[in-house]
Design a protein around this ligand. Structure first.
Ligand code: CA
Length: 105
């Protein structure tokens, strides 16, 4: 039986692979694939009215090696940064938040 953290890692990997395989290099996300991934898989975090200019700036920021595609390492760096921001945002949430894991005694 897998644990939530293991399931989260599998989801991160499988989501990347699903969208990257849609066209072109199956191991990298192009602009269209990344945009679709963000809008469909992170709908609560991505503004639906993101302008094309804003989206291009986001893509350029994620494309660290400037090869006009987002590889897995660049994608994971983005997921990591987003997780840091979420952790900061939820820092003052009540301790009985249902999303919060309980520590083993
Ligand atoms: Ca890249």
């Amino acid at each position: 039986m897998s644990r939530p953290l293991e399931e989260a890692m599998v989801a991160i990997i499988c989501t990347f692979r699903e969208y990257a395989a849609r066209c072109g290099d199956p191991y990298k996300l192009n602009k269209g694939e990344l945009k679709e991934l963000l809008l469909k898989e992170l709908p609560s975090f991505m503004p639906s009215q993101l302008s094309e200019c804003d989206y291009n700036q986001l893509f350029c920021a994620l494309d660290a090696d400037k090869d006009c595609e987002v590889n897995f390492q660049e994608y994971v760096a983005a997921m990591s940064s987003l997780s840091v921001l979420c952790n900061e945002f939820f820092r003052d949430c009540p301790r009985d938040c249902p999303a919060e894991p309980t520590c083993p005694k």
